[in-house]
Design a protein around this ligand. Structure first.
Ligand code: ATP
Length: 349
């Protein structure tokens, strides 16, 4: 549906993107994930048309739109700051883009070309009310100024405004980052449900791993203007293609020095294990084992995080909270891991 082919973007002497290739399928929730400054927003802005690439092409449904102006791309956009007009009513914020939009008039002019017209007041009203209903904004809220709404409600207005023009694609740049943690999780679920309901192809930019893993059908992990890996949340998390992805997508234990030697891990490679794959006192046959002492425990309710001293090196492990096996600082424990859970990458020269 959306294809990015060898996209390069330069800002003066600085090259922000070094050959980005992405294929997004129809109806997919596709996330650009990566640390600050890695090029996620620049790639998104290349799709929306705010940035012209110095090389490469953007295709939508096999049509090259690289040189098509923003207003003709039929892409809805939701920004971090919402970009709403605070003193205008919710109704007028949603109607804003529609008032500018032209649709085929059904009539041909003297040259035989199909004419265009704006929506009539009645059509516009029907569209605004329909979309408001679909994103759960009430009639009462439609009459309020945007500044009178909560962050979560403003978020819905921004989404309604992006969807009301019937875009083929919706692009969202960190849309939840202005909200507090609890609301962010709640809206994240709503956003996913809404995207599935509308079935609209969505590109989502975030630096939040959890957000990317919970929302996305597929994720592209960016690093320094390159894409390191594209895959489903499970592929990215359990089969990280590079050390960068392995490190970025979740907490990990590096297995180095004495620990690597004891486990007889190959040289010339960097080895890692995720926290939940390092088991505490749960040895099984064929598992690799280490002895350690609990240094400290963090209690999360759903699970416990242990910091364990292994001969002067610290490893972290996460165990489900079963209410029974809760280990205390100073306690001797056996750590075990399965060889298949060790993630290994060539050591950088
Ligand atoms: P963030 O999450 O912080 O927004 P990002 O991954 O979205 O990060 P981009 O905004 O795409 O990163 O920026 C990529 C790089 O390009 C950064 O080094 C940034 O400083 C640079 N950059 C972005 N826009 C411009 C610009 N208009 N002029 C010059 N440099 C820019």
């Amino acid at each position: 549906m959306i294809e990015l082919r060898d996209i390069y973007v330069r800002f003066g002497n600085f090259e922000a993107l070094h050959g980005i290739n992405v294929d997004v399928k129809e109806g997919e929730f596709f996330t650009f994930l990566g640390p600050s400054g890695c090029g996620k927003t620049t790639t998104l802005r290349t799709i929306t048309g705010f940035i012209q690439p110095s090389a490469g092409n953007v295709f939508v449904n096999n049509i090259d739109i690289t040189n098509v102006p923003i207003e003709k791309r039929n892409i809805g956009i939701v920004f971090q700051s919402y970009a709403l007009f605070p003193s205008m009513t919710v109704y007028n914020n949603i109607a804003f883009g529609l008032k500018l939009k032209k649709i085929p008039s059904g009539k041909t002019d003297k040259k035989g070309e199909e004419g265009q017209r704006h929506y009539t007041g009645k059509e516009l009203d029907a569209k605004v009310r329909e979309i408001a209903k679909r994103v759960d904004l009430t009639d009462d809220q439609l009459g309020k100024a945007v500044s009178q709404l909560s962050g979560g409600q403003q978020q819905r207005v921004a989404i309604a405004r992006a969807l009301v023009t019937d875009p083929a694609i919706i692009c969202m740049d960190e849309p939840l980052s202005n909200l507090d943690a609890k609301l962010r999780v709640q809206l994240r679920n709503e956003l996913k449900a809404m995207q599935k309901k509308f079935g609209i192809t969505t590109i989502y930019v975030t630096h939040d791993q959890e957000e990317a893993l919970t929302l996305s059908d597929r994720i592209a992990v960016f690093n320094k203007g390159f894409i390191e890996q594209i895959g489903t949340p499970n592929e990215i998390y359990n089969h990280s293609a590079t050390e960068f992805v392995c490190n970025f997508i979740g907490d990990i234990n590096p297995l180095t020095g004495d620990i690597a030697a004891r486990l007889r891990l190959g040289e010339g490679m960097n080895h890692f294990i995720r926290l939940e794959r390092l088991r505490v006192n749960a040895s099984e046959e064929s598992a690799m084992q280490l002895q350690g002492v609990i240094e400290s425990v963090e209690y999360y309710g759903l699970y416990l995080k242990y910091f364990i001293d292994v001969n002067g090196q610290r490893l972290k492990a996460v165990e489900k909270n079963d209410g029974i096996a809760i280990y205390q600082p100073g306690q001797q424990v056996t750590l075990s891991m399965h060889p298949r859970d060790i993630m290994s990458y060539p050591a950088q020269a």
